[in-house]
Design a protein around this ligand. Structure first.
Ligand SMILES: Nc1nc2c(ncn2[C@@H]2O[C@H](COP(=O)(O)OP(=O)(O)OP(=O)(O)O)[C@@H](O)[C@H]2O)c(=O)[nH]1
Ligand SMILES: *[C@@H]1O[C@H](CO)[C@@H](O)[C@H](O)[C@H]1NC(C)=O
Ligand SMILES: *[C@@H]1O[C@H](CO)[C@@H](O)[C@H](O)[C@H]1NC(C)=O
Ligand SMILES: [Mg+2]
Length: 415
């Protein structure tokens, strides 16, 4: 790149910035370290025993049943001290892994757990008031995948799970309970496992070769993968020493004897040599990938289609503009819908009005007919009445005449 031109200068005397590495060391010691291990393996495969053996502790162990309806993850955090170094260790165990009828779903809770830890780190990073210096980083730095010592091959669950996880976490496969498999079988089994991983495109963690002080040992150790491990917290006396071992009727398996198993190799690689690299890879590779996908999903980008850099401000403005346009579109749609609805309602009302009007006309006609019928009746009634009146008057007259006529007759008779 086109940086400033550098001019080498030699110092005339001691300045003191050669203490920078020491300052870094002192600062790190002061802050303390954190390391998070995820143990994936079927129930009873020896996860807890191996963790206890690795860290020389007695972590809380809950034996899980084989009847869990689904896989769960259980995380426990411990504060460990060695000399003046403080390590905050989180051990995450899968509970019920591979015990369900439908084993294809076993990996999903694991994937979700890893993503959740990335997400909470991202959320902390995106805050305005960040407190990353005292943030409890729960991102998984190393994933020990426990392969069952069948001596045969990997199970499809193993391949599917590792494939789902290999872009999210540093996978270190181990052959569990390696004391149950014979030496010649173990050798073939290791080769088989590695070739299956390669042919399925599963990317496991490779011990780094860029630091030349450990490049040699790391190269050699990459050739011993996957480590065949034995765990035990039981102490057995061998010679005049007490050593961690598993005792059998036919002999003793010494956990920390390299001709018995790869436990020491695992401890060296995981804790003594590459713990910092595992932490770094988690941050610079796996988290970086998660962050990138997440931000791209949210619409952020570094460059526009013409490869010009885009600032956060521009992205924000563009998003805002996009949002406003969308809002305007929605508003127009709403308005159109409203107008349409009003029109529909209006025509409905007009129709109702027409109907009412016609009903009204009909009623009016009916009423008029009734009225004229009634008037006709009244007229007839009036006619009847007047003819009745006339007839009555005639009758009365007749009666009166007949009365006078009778009176005369009586008088005549008396005379
Ligand atoms: N042969 C042999 N047995 C082991 C080894 N490690 C653990 N075991 C035994 O396996 C049994 C289960 O060990 P745990 O360490 O509890 O297994 P786990 O995977 O933590 O089991 P859950 O947490 O219940 O899923 C115990 O009886 C251990 O003694 C080993 O390396 N070889
Ligand atoms: C680092 O710590 C050691 C021991 O506490 C001390 O002697 C040394 O001066 C410190 N160095 C720096 C650069 O702070
Ligand atoms: C390791 O095991 C081998 C083979 O069993 C044995 O010869 C050797 O003495 C053991 N080493 C230690 C330190 O016990
Ligand atoms: Mg356990």
């Amino acid at each position: 790149s086109l940086g400033p031109v550098l001019r080498p200068l030699s110092l005339a005397g001691h300045v003191g910035f050669d203490s920078l590495p020491d300052q870094l060391v002192n600062k790190s010691i002061c802050q303390g370290f954190c390391f998070n291990i995820l143990c994936i393996g079927e129930t009873g495969i020896g996860k807890s025993t191996l963790m206890d053996t690795l860290f020389n502790t007695n972590f809380e162990n809950f034996e899980s049943s084989h009847f869990e309806p689904q896989v769960k993850l259980r995380a426990q955090t411990y504060d460990l001290h060695e000399s003046n170094v403080r390590l905050r260790l989180t051990v995450v165990n899968t509970v019920g892994f591979g015990d369900q009828m439908n084993k294809q779903e076993s990996y999903q809770p694991v994937v979700d757990y890893i993503d959740r830890q990335f997400e909470s780190f991202l959320q902390e990073e995106l805050k305005i008031k960040r407190s990353l210096h005292n943030y409890h980083d729960s991102r998984v730095h190393a994933c020990l995948y426990f392969i069952s010592p069948s001596g045969h091959s990997l199970k499809s669950l193993d391949l599917v799970t590792m494939k789902k996880l290999d872009s999210k976490v540093n996978i270190i496969p181990v052959i569990a309970k390696a004391d149950t498999i014979s030496k010649s079988e173990l050798h073939k089994f290791k080769i088989k496992i590695m070739s299956e991983l390669v042919s399925n495109g599963v990317q496991i963690y490779q011990f780094p070769l860029d630091d030349e002080t450990v490049a040699k040992v790391n190269t050699a150790m990459n050739g011993h993968l996957p480590f065949a491990v034995v765990g035990s917290t039981e102490e057995v006396s061998v010679g005049n020493k007490m050593v961690k071992a598993r005792q059998y009727p036919w002999g003793v398996v010494q956990v920390e004897n390299e001709s018995h198993c790869d436990f020491v190799k695992l401890r060296e690689m995981l804790i003594c040599i590459n713990m910092e690299d595992l932490r770094e890879q988690t941050h610079t590779h796996h988290y970086e990938l998660y962050r990138r996908c997440k931000l791209e999903e949210m619409g952020f980008q570094d460059t526009d289609p013409e490869c010009k850099p885009v600032s956060l401000q521009q992205t924000y403005e563009a998003k805002r503009q996009e949002f406003l346009v969308e809002l305007q579109k929605r508003e127009d749609e709403m308005r159109q819908m409203f107008v349409q609805r009003v029109k529909l309602k209006e025509s409905e009302l007009k129709e109702d009005e027409r109907e009412l009007q016609s009903r009204f006309e009909q009623l009016k006609r009916l009423h008029a007919d009734e009225k004229s019928a009634l008037e006709e009746k009244k007229r007839l009634l009036d006619e009847d009445q007047s003819s009745f009146g006339k007839r009555r008057a005639a009758a009365q007259l007749l009666q009166a005449q007949s009365l006078t006529a009778n009176g005369k007759k009586d008088k005549d008779r008396k005379k």
